[in-house]
Design a protein. Sequence first.
Length: 308
Amino acid sequence: MGEGPTNEDKNEANSGKPDSPILHKPIDEIRVTEREETDSATQQTISQSSAQLWKGWESMNRMWENIKKTENTNLIMAIATVVIAIFTALTFWLVLDSSNDTGKLISAAQTQAAAATNISGAADDFKDSAYWMEQHMDDAANAIQDSVDTADRSTKATIRNAEKSFRDEQRAWIGLGQFRIDHFDDKDPFKLLIPWVNSGKTPAIKTESAIPYAFPPTRLTGPPAGYKYLFEKSSAIAPQGAFVITVTNSAVPPIYTSINDGTLWMYFYGQFRYRDIHSKTVHTTSFCLYYDRITKQMAFCENGNDMD
């Protein structure tokens, strides 16, 4: 059996002193060797490239020599001529087709322009028609509104008239009934019966009356203008009822003869005021009577007899 390495051998191995001879060369020498090897590889690559370029150049020379030959030149010229002719034909066809398309575009543009003009004219006509319709619609609307207003006024008037007619039909109507002289001589006071008659369908309420008299030397046509009546409360009168007022006058007996011979005239006139239950309107009935020497009765004056 061989002996293992000794401690001295191990120390020599670990001291960084290998046994290979190259490791003992200087570093500069190693770098020079590597540069020489790189230059050699580069020179080899350049030589290969130059050889390839030279082969390509020779191929182009041979091709050019062939082209310069007369038969080859004529063939190439013929081919070029055919290619040029084909290119020219294609160019002409494209130009012609473009010209046709341009004509179509121009025609379409003209058609669109004409259509736009027609549309514009139609729009103007529509605008005029719309304006005409607006004016006439306004006139029609105004006419309809006038008709509606007229119908409304007519309807309201009809309703008012109907209401008034109803109220007039239902209200109280006070008139002068059949009056008469109850006593007339030269001794006792004169008595005149004045009946107030309600010919309506509702009561006459809040009644009042005034009956003055006059003994003028001449005949009158009616009560004195602007006479101020002094009213006294009277009685309500039922529908179709009557209220009789007895007028008594003591001034008549002393002038009895003058009244009968026409020296003096005897007048009784007055008013009866009342309301009905449908409104607060005050209604007035007026009368004027004079003594008629021929009939020996009281008769109506020409004026002063009215009712509302």
